[in-house]
Design a protein around this ligand. Structure first.
Ligand code: IVH
Length: 683
């Protein structure tokens, strides 16, 4: 090794130690991390690797010898009776294989021992001391040796028993577990914080930590904190301690604690199978954020033989999931114009890997979302993906803002056509009011118009729509039905031949005769999708009856009397048909030869879902979502887009997202595909 290389290794080691100490402080003490957990793990792994390669350069004060947090000054410090250790990390199947092999070798076993698998709850660890069954103290982990006394705050958490249930408790026991906020409660808490102009949290863990560290326990009491117990510290008499992790979990339940769900495995392969299943369903198996799984040797006698390393036990490991949150630079904020003229701010990011997917755009929702979080161009931001939800910017990394930065000014004009935008009172969104004269709105509206569920026109995709707008053939959606008049010109354009033009005119011809629900859905009225269109179609025999109802003086009362139509939809319909240019579009469609078929009342078969309100999420393997929806409607179910207290079932395919959280929030039963199909085909 040459001298120069040596000094640069030393330099890097010092740099890593300093960085890790800094980020430990931000995470554990200030609850304001600047980097994602995955970025932290990468620094930590690099340090561990460099130290292992250069043992002579390892120092006693290295973060690899410590657990991490330091104590905040506001709470008094108390020593843990038994240290609160951390866990070593596994990031790959190979790491898991090594972990199991090390144990087998260490204990010289013929095969792998029995493991218990628990989710790794992404919360704040806590140690609760019970004396003769009474809660006397609650400490945070702190540096693992000494924690902060948060007893007063912890007494406000309902899932933490003040007195252990049952009889014959140990005279003294430290119960360890995790304080957390469920994903659904987190969303609600942040909305509340934003509405009050208070700090919004980057993730449920920070929200839990911040809530637990309130100086006023009355505030903690208002926060939706929960607790899951999974391990113990000191226990007197020691003989009172259960002999395995699985019996410990039962004992904790008997004492009145909630515990994480557990599974068992006895090989690295079985551990990996369980991991894959959890990774695919991490947002659906449990209602709280988890960042991996914990594998523990089940038998406490074997655990005792395995013992501990400096900061971690040999008998357990945390197998981390790939990150779903990351930090990156917000390079710019683009404003996109939707088909209803809504201006949506979109963050243009330095591409970053979030949970295995490269993200370079993320939504910023609306003006208030940006201003409540004070999100600015050139900020370093936290980006998050959850299931099938569009990635979003969740918060700003404090302390990384350039000195010159300015608050973001939301535009008051349309970036596509320059015309004035308006934000109506009580609305969150700015809208361009230039309608089809705005090229962005026209394009978005046309693409919606020709899509499945609307006019469903084959051969008229995004590219063709853009071209026809550019060439002046499409100025409103009604012009689609005049395209055949331009067939001879289109045929001469590059990319179009006789065949494709014939196909296009044929599919337009076919689409000319449509159904009431498709016609209504195609108009793109806010909040009116296919389901509502079906509800309306069931109540009006033809277009004229419908039109006179929505334009009548008592339109609102008429609409509200229809099953499935509420005030929001009624208002949207009335407003839409009160606007001259919308009526002009409808008339132009009829003038250009569109006809609506007489409505066929759907013959409903009686079935399990008859009369039920159902929501679909995720991908089904046996049928498309459209097909599932059609089959449900055929049984007389109502299929809606979001889970509310009125939903009877949520049907969840693979990779369902936020709707699962909503279902947990409203206690709506979730049916997986197998159960759904069984019920669907039950007749
Ligand atoms: S067992 C000796 N089980 O992860 C270690 N920890 O990085 C005992 N955690 O400090 C910990 N869920 O805060 C264990 N099911 C679980 C856990 C869990 C989350 C946390 C805990 C621990 C950290 C380790």
């Amino acid at each position: 090794m040459d001298l120069f290389a040596h000094s640069s290794v030393e330099q890097r080691l010092a740099e890593l130690r300093e960085k890790i100490a800094y980020h430990n402080h931000r995470y554990h003490t200030l609850d304001a991390p600047e980097i994602s957990d995955a970025e932290y793990d990468a620094l930590f792994r690099e340090l561990e690797k460099l130290e292992a390669e250069n043992p002579h350069l390892k120092v006693q004060e290295s973060p690899t010898n410590k657990v991490g947090g330091t104590r905040a000054a506001a709470f008094s410090s108390k020593a843990h009776r038994a240290p609160m250790r951390s866990l070593g990390n596994a990031f790959s199947a190979e790491d898991v294989e090594d972990f199991v092999a090390r144990i087998v070798k260490f204990l010289s076993l013929p095969k792998a021992p029995e493991f218990i698998i628990e989710p790794k709850i992404d919360g704040v660890s806590l140690s609760l001391t019970y004396e003769n069954g009474k809660l006397i103290q609650a400490l945070t982990r702190g540096d693992g040796e000494v924690g902060e006394d948060v007893t007063a705050n912890v007494r406000t958490i309902r899932s933490i028993p003040q007195n252990l249930k049952g009889e014959g408790h140990p005279t003294l026991i430290e119960i360890r577990g995790e304080v957390y906020i469920s994903e659904a409660d987190f969303v609600q808490l942040n909305d509340q914080q934003a509405a009050q102009g208070s700090k919004v949290f980057a993730n449920p863990r920070n929200a839990a930590a911040g809530s637990l560290r309130q100086l006023d326990s009355a505030i903690t009491a208002t926060r939706p904190l929960q607790f899951l117990a999974y391990s113990t510290g000191v226990c007197e008499p020691a003989s009172a301690l259960p002999v395995s992790e699985s019996t410990l979990i039962s004992a904790l339940q008997n004492w009145g604690f909630q515990t994480p769900q557990t599974e068992g495995a006895d090989s690295d392969k079985a551990l990996m199978d369980i991991y894959t299943d959890w990774q695919n369903r991490r947002h659906t198996k449990v209602p709280y954020a988890i960042d991996g799984l914990v594998y523990k040797v089940n038998d406490k006698a074997l655990q005792a033989r395995l013992g501990e390393l400096a900061r971690t036990p040999r008998w357990a490991i945390a197998h981390k999931f790939p990150p779903e949150q990351a930090t990156t630079l917000l390079q710019n904020i683009d404003i996109q114009v939707g088909r209803t003229g809504k201006l949506t701010p979109v963050a243009k990011l330095t591409p970053v890997n979030v949970g295995g997917v490269t993200v370079s755009n993320a939504t910023l929702h609306n003006e208030d979302y940006i201003s409540q979080r004070d999100i600015r161009i050139d900020d370093t931001v936290f980006v998050e993906r959850a299931g099938d939800v569009i990635p979003q910017v969740v918060s700003v990394v404090e302390g990384k803002r350039p000195a010159t930065s300015q608050p973001f000014k939301f535009p008051h004009s349309c970036p596509a056509c320059g015309s004035q935008a308006v934000r109506a009172e009580g609305e969150a969104d700015w809208r361009c009011v230039n309608h089809f004269n705005c090229p962005a709105q026209l394009e978005a509206q046309l693409i919606h118009f020709v899509s499945r569920g609307c006019f469903d026109i084959d051969g008229l995709g995004e590219k063709q729509v853009q071209l026809f707008i550019k060439e002046g053939l499409l100025k409103t959606p009604a012009d689609i039905f005049l395209l055949a008049n331009h067939a001879d010109v289109i045929r001469t354009w590059e990319g179009f031949g006789d065949k494709s033009v014939t196909k296009l005119t044929e599919s337009i011809e076919k689409a000319r005769t449509t159904t009431f629900p498709r016609f209504l859905a195609a108009l793109g009225i806010p909040n009116i999708g296919e389901t509502t269109a079906h509800d309306l179609a069931g109540s009006f025999t033809d277009w004229l009856t419908f039109f006179s109802a929505v334009t009548a003086d008592d339109a609102e009362a008429k609409l509200l009397s229809i099953e499935g139509i509420g005030p929001v939809i009624a208002k949207a319909l009335i407003a839409f048909f009160a606007t001259e240019q919308n009526v002009a579009l409808v008339n132009a469609l009829f003038a250009n030869g569109v006809t609506i078929q007489a409505y066929q009342s759907r013959v409903k078969t009686q079935g399990y879902f008859t009369g039920k309100t159902v929501v679909l999420t995720g991908t089904l393997s046996q049928m498309t979502r459209d097909e599932a929806k059609a089959r449900l409607i055929a049984q007389g179910a109502k299929v809606t887009g979001s889970v509310t207290g009125n939903t009877h079932y949520l049907i969840a395919g693979e990779a369902g997202g936020s709707k699962l959280k909503d279902a947990a929030k409203h206690s709506v039963p979730v049916l997986d595909e197998g159960v759904f199909l069984a019920h669907l085909n039950q007749n």
